[in-house]
Design a protein around this ligand. Sequence first.
Ligand SMILES: Cc1cc2nc3c(=O)[nH]c(=O)nc-3n(C[C@H](O)[C@H](O)[C@H](O)COP(=O)(O)O)c2cc1C
Length: 177
Amino acid sequence: MELNKAIFDRRSIRKYKDQPVSEEQIKELLWAASQAPSWTNSQPSRYFVAMGEARDAVADMLPEFNKNNVINAPVLIVSCVKKGTSGYGKDGVARSHLGDGFTYFDNGIAVQTLCLKALDMGFGTLIMGIYNEPAIREYFEIDDSLEIVCVISVGYPDIDPPARPRLSVDQLAVFKK
Ligand SMILES: Cc1cc2nc3c(=O)[nH]c(=O)nc-3n(C[C@H](O)[C@H](O)[C@H](O)COP(=O)(O)O)c2cc1C
């Protein structure tokens, strides 16, 4: 898919076809996510993939509105980070005023890469920041070294939503010459 089309056609998808997605296809998405840049190539992101019965279990760990958004989506990916990975030197001292912020920054880049790859493969995605964190942590036995960041649904879109409004470049940026 042409890059411009991917950037401008990506939408949050909240209605999915009842159509399966294979483990191989999800691995392809995660491989794409692994190509994203990260602080000193520290690669803080980790993923827990829920398919089949696990998908239904994780869907029950979403608030009702998000559960309704992902009806029929066959795969839910829990995106996590290894805490304290990005933004630090080998001595463990933060190199930036953002502290652990770059760990989450890196996860965001990886997740957007995953979403764009998903679009290229004909899938829709929804990034969800609201979920039952303790329940997901217990279900996948996620230890304290990891922080859960978001849940991403993956499936074939059954809707073609219009673009949501964006701030103009003039609202976003200051140029000084
Ligand atoms: C970090 C993050 C968390 C989000 N959480 C949710 C969510 O819990 N539920 C939901 O329906 N959409 C969620 N969204 C989707 C946003 O609402 C959506 O990206 C935004 O409205 C722009 O629409 P678009 O993605 O179609 O361009 C989230 C997006 C991001 C990046």
